[in-house]
Design a protein around this ligand. Structure first.
Ligand code: AMP
Length: 370
């Protein structure tokens, strides 16, 4: 089978790699001549709007997916006229706009932080009055890894926040002092079969994911069931096919939805070694119309992102069982260059290795919590 992927970053690379044992060959469309997936897939180097490149991709493959949520919706829609495109472009459209995304969650009964649409400076003042402080101003479109956000702590910040982000459609959200950030990865097959992975605990710094622990420590079945209920509601409402990630805040016993990603996700990288079937394989199985694989964890896992510079790989490899993934990207501050996964039968066995890996990666206390 042949799969086309819009986007050729590390997610495309890991999707293509997961396809190799199954005899699945991937084509990626990505404007960068250095797209990480080019090492393992056929690379069409072109803009996402390039009609002849989209046509070339449509002709080469049986089904098309995406690994990057800022792909133009019009391109996904145009492709869907000619060839199967999963997940449905509607999911992409909703996820690209924080306002429609949060409105969609609410329409399904999924709680979110309170939010208000902001188009003018006056709207911003009114929104802050309504929500209270601190409040988080975000661009509705195009933000990722914490970009396009301004934390308004005091009334004096309102003008600065507007000067920094104003002029484009915005949303302001109540600032949640969450206990922790969690995510749930779920997958829906073409038949409607759904499977969910265990909740993952995620730690961010400067808006970038640093560490994921899976299954999330101290995970109650109630929390897992609730997250699965929310994921199912989204998957079914959209008649979704493929892997979906839902990012959540755990706050006072509740789960509040922050955002969804209609694709494989960084907080699911641990599944390559740590789950019976990886998120990448299950995404391919889903979009190709094949049965899904089990999503249970094989043990207690930790995943660390390698960000900005490559650490001492040999020292990391000396940790028994540590699996290092590098994406073939050149180092740049804040850039995700690779990740390391540890997977052990128990938390007791994981903890000493986790401490060793964190020391080598320069992670500190700030990377273990909020
Ligand atoms: P986002 O780009 O919306 O995923 O936000 C990036 C990070 O900012 C999240 O992972 C959270 O750590 C933080 N964040 C986003 N929204 C809120 C909020 N309403 N309250 C508190 N923290 C938030």
């Amino acid at each position: 089978m042949r799969v086309g992927i819009l986007g050729g970053g590390q997610l495309g690379r890991m999707l293509a790699l997961a396809g190799v044992p199954l005899g699945v060959r991937c084509w990626v469309l990505d404007p960068s001549p250095e797209a990480p997936a080019r090492a393992v897939a056929t690379h069409i180097c072109a803009d996402y709007h390039d009609r002849s490149a989209l046509e070339q991709l449509a002709q080469a493959v049986d089904v098309i997916t995406y690994e990057f949520e800022n792909v133009p919706v019009e391109s996904a829609q145009a492709l869907a006229q000619r060839v199967l495109v999963y997940p449905p472009p509607r999911a992409l459209e909703i996820a690209q706009d924080r306002l429609s995304e949060k409105t969609f969650f609410q329409s399904l009964g999924i709680p979110t932080p309170r939010f208000v649409r902001v188009d003018t400076f006056e709207d911003l003042g009114n929104a802050v009055e309504q929500l209270g402080l601190p409040a988080l101003l975000k661009t509705r479109r195009g933000g990722y890894d914490g970009k396009g956000q301004y934390l308004i702590r005091s009334l004096d910040d309102i003008e600065r926040a507007w000067n920094t982000l104003g002029g484009v459609p915005l949303i302001v959200e109540e600032y949640i002092r969450f206990e922790r950030e969690l995510s749930i990865l779920s997958v829906r097959a073409r038949t409607g079969e759904i499977r969910c992975y265990p909740l993952v605990e995620n730690s961010h710094r400067e808006g970038i994911l640093r560490r994921s622990l899976a299954p999330a420590p101290h995970l109650s079945s109630m929390l897992q069931e609730r997250a699965e209920r929310y994921a199912r509601a989204i998957l079914e409402a959209l008649q979704y096919v493929g892997v979906l990630a839902l990012e959540l805040f755990e706050h006072q016993g509740e789960l509040l939805a922050n955002e969804m990603a209609p694709r494989v996700h960084n907080s699911g990288h641990w599944t390559i070694e740590g789950a019976v079937t990886s998120q990448f394989e299950n995404h391919l199985r889903a979009i190709l119309g094949w049965p899904l694989g089990p999503t249970e964890a094989r043990g207690q896992c930790a995943m660390f992102n390698i960000i900005g510079e490559i650490p001492a790989i040999e020292a990391l490899l000396q940790i028994p069982g540590a699996r290092v993934h590098l994406y073939g990207k050149s180092p740049r501050p804040g850039r995700k260059l690779g990740h390391v996964t540890l997977c052990e039968p128990s938390e007791e066995l994981l903890l000493p290795k986790l401490a060793r890996a964190q020391a080598l990666l320069g992670l500190d206390k700030r990377d273990e919590g909020k």
